[in-house]
Structures are given as structure tokens and as C-alpha cells.
Design a binder for this molecule. Structure first.
Ligand code: UTP
Length: 297
């Protein structure tokens, strides 16, 4: 089995669901509490043992490269003013020199196309794929969980969660086969099936381990839903040649590309922080309690 060392993180989308915020700021830099959502994905990947990151960026995304760069003036200022906690925070965030590569998707032609843009940097080895607007919440990151499954099954591994049966037409859905260790065999994959014809209510939640053979398939993939190059369509073709396994994520993924998911993530992560928990609870209560400010709105 080939060792997993690299992660691809596509950040070239337009983020139209979050306009106007995303007009001049990358969606992936929206903050949950005090960190950009992209930072959560990078931390999750480190936890899973990833050594090299491939960020697929696009126009108007330079804030992302700046975020992971060194800022000597800021560090010097923090040092001079004795702000050692903030100094340490920034030093911890700093990736090892050479451990992040950037490539550009020249136009946002879909997730499958963004992944294909990483082919030369990934080369002939398996890679993890993290959609950064899906933010993992729980004791153990979602990627670490599917890496555990991958270490016993090999092949391609996808994390899944359950959606309400009437919501299958919003997601990529998998069919469930035989149980294998911590996972199960995937029998089929369908993009946004109508409720009633969907093979299950298990949806692909934005964390994958894929074999490099996906790149050749993506290179010849025709446009699918939304006139975009769809990753799910390419994975369905790869399934004819290679095994795919699913793993139910023990935790919760917040879809921070949607307004509701983003707001829920902010509340969940704030409540998890000991220094914020009580004041956030109190703040929410003061808005919604019977004589609160928002009662009746
Ligand atoms: P989304 O479909 O959630 O992102 O893609 P989007 O297209 O930017 O969002 P909306 O629907 O317009 O609001 C998931 C991830 O894949 C990246 C996005 O940046 C996001 O991190 N992506 C998507 C690309 O890099 N390129 C694409 O062509 C599409």
C-alpha cells in the first residue's frame, strides 16, 4: 500500500452563496470564531499525518498565500510589545518551509477540474482531498478517521454522513455494501439522486483519499451537473477499476459554504472553548429568552 503524504485543498471556487462577503475575500478565509475555515482543514490534515499541502487557488485568492507566509514586521512588533501568546500562536501556524505548493485553476470549472489541476504536484501517489468549506467538528478529525480505514483497506476511501431521506437531491450519495473493518464497501455513487431512488441517505461529506489514477479519468471527464467537471462522475468511473470504501464519520461536518452551517459552526466552536462558553451561552440566551431582544421577530 502506498503511503499517504499529500493533501489537495481546492480553494478556487467563487463562493457565490456567500456574496457579498466573497466579492473581495476568498470564502475559505471566512472565520469560525477566530480562525479562517481553511486553517481548520490544514490542522485536520496535520493531525492525520499529512506532510505536504497542494492548494489549488484562483484569481482574487492571494490572501490565502499571504496567510501562510511569514510576516516578519508583525512578529517583530509582537515581540517588542511583549505579546508572547499571540507571537506563539503565529509561530505555531507557520507551515514548514516548502511544505505548501500552490497551483492555479485558471477558471472555476468545477471541483473535478480543480483536483485535476493538482496532478503534476501530486504525481503518482495517493492523496487526501479536503473541501475546506466543510469544517470537521468532534474529538477526532474526519481525515484521521478515514486514514485509519485506508491503512487497513487501501484503495479509495470516502467519509460519509447521514442526511434526511428527503435531502438526497442536495448531495453525492453512496450505496452501502459489505462491512470491512472500520468501513464498508461502496457499491455505487450518484450525484444528487431524487429521494426515493437514492441508494441510501449516506452523503459524501468532503473528505476523500484517492488513488492517482483519478487524474487520467478527470482529464477525459465530460461536463456533468451544472455544466461543471464533477468529481463524483470521475470517481464513479474509477470504481469500475478500483475499490472504493466508505467510513461513517464519527463527528459532525459543518457546511460553512452555507449560511446556516457557517453560523452553526461558529456557535459550536465557541461553545467548545472554555474561555468563551459561558459568555456565549449567556449572549444567546439574552437574545432568545421570552423577554429577549429577538422574541417575536
Ligand atoms: P463549492 O461548490 O462549495 O464552492 O466547492 P463554490 O463553487 O466556491 O461555492 P458556491 O456554490 O458558489 O457558493 C467546494 C470547494 O471546492 C472549491 C471551492 O473553493 C471550495 O473550497 N472549488 C469549487 C474549486 O476550487 N474550483 C471549482 O471550480 C469549484
Amino acid at each position: 500500500m502506498r503511503k499517504l503524504r499529500k493533501a489537495v485543498i481546492p480553494v478556487a471556487g467563487l463562493g457565490t452563496r456567500f456574496l457579498p462577503a466573497t466579492k473581495s475575500m476568498p470564502k475559505e478565509m471566512l472565520t469560525v470564531v477566530d480562525k479562517p475555515i481553511l486553517h481548520y482543514a490544514v490542522e485536520e490534515a496535520y493531525e492525520a499525518g499529512i506532510e505536504h499541502f497542494v492548494l489549488v487557488t484562483g484569481r482574487n485568492k492571494s490572501a490565502i498565500e499571504d496567510y501562510f507566509d511569514m510576516q516578519p514586521e508583525l512578529l517583530a512588533m509582537l515581540e517588542k510589545s511583549g505579546k508572547s501568546a499571540q507571537l506563539e500562536l503565529l509561530r505555531d501556524l507557520q507551515p514548514r518551509a516548502g511544505s505548501i505548493s500552490y497551483t492555479r485553476q485558471q477558471s472555476p470549472e468545477g471541483l473535478g477540474h480543480a483536483v485535476w489541476c493538482a496532478r503534476d504536484i501530486v504525481g503518482d501517489e495517493p492523496f487526501a482531498l479536503l473541501l475546506p468549506d466543510m469544517v470537521s467538528f468532534g474529538d477526532r478529525g474526519c481525515l484521521a478517521q478515514i486514514v485509519e480505514t485506508y491503512n487497513s483497506t487501501g484503495g479509495n476511501v470516502i467519509a460519509v454522513e447521514n442526511c434526511a431521506p428527503h435531502e438526497t437531491d442536495q448531495y453525492g450519495i453512496v450505496g452501502r455494501g459489505a462491512e470491512i473493518g472500520t468501513g464498508f464497501q461502496i457499491t455505487e455513487m450518484v450525484e444528487k439522486p431524487a429521494p426515493g431512488v437514492a441508494p441510501s441517505n449516506m452523503y459524501i461529506n468532503g473528505r476523500y483519499i484517492l488513488q492517482p489514477e483519478i487524474f487520467d479519468i478527470l482529464g477525459s471527464q465530460t461536463r456533468g451537473a451544472g455544466n461543471e467537471i464533477q468529481l463524483t462522475d470521475a470517481m464513479a468511473r474509477l470504481m469500475a477499476k478500483q475499490a472504493f470504501y466508505g467510513r461513517q464519520f464519527n463527528g459532525r461536518m459543518f457546511d460553512c459554504g452555507s449560511k446556516l452551517g457557517f453560523i452553526q459552526a461558529n456557535i459550536a466552536f465557541a461553545l467548545q472553548r472554555p474561555e468563551l462558553r459561558n459568555s456565549v451561552m449567556e449572549g444567546i440566551r439574552s437574545l432568545v429568552e421570552p423577554d429577549g431582544m429577538l422574541t417575536g421577530t
